[in-house]
Design a protein around this ligand. Structure first.
Ligand SMILES: Cc1cc2nc3c(=O)[nH]c(=O)nc-3n(C[C@H](O)[C@H](O)[C@H](O)COP(=O)(O)OP(=O)(O)OC[C@H]3O[C@@H](n4cnc5c(N)ncnc54)[C@H](O)[C@@H]3O)c2cc1C
Length: 370
């Protein structure tokens, strides 16, 4: 006999944890996570992420009544971004109100909040292998790190499993019918390298160079290290492009050498707009980046993850899956979908050398360094 839950959530990232916390008020929830979540803090098993909380994420946390403990904050906290346009040979400083966080500690903090609900259980070091919706439930096969497998049934399933979501893939391939809409989305390879530095950089940096990527690259100071990252078009000589970026950044005077102390790569999504957003089907829902909710102009995804997870969790706490609930979820996401339209338009200016050069030349919104 399979274990029974009201809700099975795949992925204990920000979307999954916010959802579990809300739904766990009234429902029995199983949170399934591929990673090991019970390792000691600082064991270095964090996500490949820049770890910057933008103002939208800060506002969302404020509206949910969540304050961050000091252990989540990262040094240094900086207030400006140095934007370098290698295409046009221009640069500007802009004020930026990010909070620099330790991403591993942030995810851990959200997970602790979710597990504080008696209705929420965690199965970590466990992956979802298959999903089978049938009648009034969904059957899921789980594979644990020790090689054992179990079967679980739930009234509904939520894919909060990030950019490479197997739940979304299953919905869009095996479970889709001939009249299903297409959900086009662009895919990038995100590569980051960490460098030891003697002095903290007092700003973030953003780099624009069409020869490296049609998107952007960044540098973030993080506790005695600098992260150099780039969102690179998939499969088009990504490594060579990254090396070119590194050479440019060194030439521009950034204090890194050619030997990183760590490196990580993963998939990164870039939605076209609302048409890229898939919120699921029937008893299967999608939230966070798995739903295609991530900024197409900055790659910021934490605010979308916490807002969509929170909204769906609230709805599922009060009712089972139904057409009305799906409509209510779509309504809750509408503001985020509109946001994707605005950010796509912004992308068309930021990521084309000509309009970007014009904006840089005006100096609008920039700050003068003393
Ligand atoms: C290089 C890089 C830098 C970024 N920097 C920033 C930034 O500075 N600020 C920002 O706001 N956003 C940033 N983002 C985006 C942000 O990291 C994501 O949008 C955000 O983490 C999405 O949250 P989520 O909960 O939807 O998914 P995730 O945080 O990706 O969580 C999904 C979870 O599901 C688990 N999982 C996946 N598949 C399975 C499976 N089959 N079974 C069980 N578990 C599974 C994964 O282990 C993971 O823990 C960055 C992304 C990248 C790639």
């Amino acid at each position: 006999m399979a274990d029974q839950y009201d809700i099975l959530i795949v992925g204990a990232g920000p979307a999954g944890c916010m959802l579990a916390r809300e739904a766990g008020r009234t429902r029995r929830v199983l949170l399934v996570e591929a990673r090991a979540c019970r390792l000691p803090a600082g064991s270095g098993k964090g996500k490949n992420c820049g770890g910057l909380l933008n103002e939208e994420a800060q506002k969302a946390l404020a509206s949910f009544g969540i304050a961050l403990p000091a252990k989540v904050l990262e040094s240094p906290q900086v207030f400006a971004i140095r934007a370098i346009d290698f295409d046009n040979g221009l640069e500007r400083f802009y004020p930026k109100k990010y909070i620099n966080i330790d991403r591993e500690a942030f995810d851990r903090f959200l997970l602790e909040r979710a597990l504080a609900r008696p209705g929420v259980e965690l199965a970590d070091r466990t992956v979802v292998r298959s999903i089978e919706p049938a009648g009034d439930h969904v059957t899921v096969q789980l594979k644990h790190e020790d090689g054992t497998a179990t079967q679980v049934q739930a009234e509904c399933l939520v894919g909060a499993d990030g950019a490479a979501s197997m739940v979304r893939r299953t919905l869009e391939t095996r479970l889709s019918g001939p009249d299903e809409p297409a959900y086009p989305i662009r895919r990038y390879a995100a590569l980051q390298q960490w460098f030891e530095v003697e002095e903290e950089l007092p700003y973030y940096a953003a780099f624009f160079d069409q020869k490296v990527t049609d998107y952007y690259s960044w540098m973030i100071p993080k506790r005695g290290r600098l992260i150099l990252g780039s969102a690179l078009p998939e499969g088009e000589g990504a490594r060579k492009r990254f090396e070119r970026l590194k050479e440019e950044v060194i030439r521009a005077g950034f204090p890194i050498d050619s030997k990183p102390v760590a490196e990580a790569g993963c998939l990164m999504l870039r939605p076209y707009g609302p048409e890229s957003v898939n919120l699921g089907k029937g008893r299967v829902f999608l939230a966070g980046e798995a739903a295609g909710l991530i900024s197409p102009s900055s790659e910021e995804g934490i605010s979308y993850a916490i807002r969509s997870g929170h909204a769906l969790g609230r709805l599922l706490a009060d009712a089972g899956p139904s057409q009305e609930l799906r409509r209510a979820y779509e309504k809750a996401i509408r503001g985020m979908s509109l946001d994707l339209i605005v950010k796509n338009l912004k992308s068309k200016i930021m990521y084309q050398p000509l309009p970007r050069g014009l904006v840089f030349r005006t100096g609008a919104l920039s700050i003068r360094r003393q």
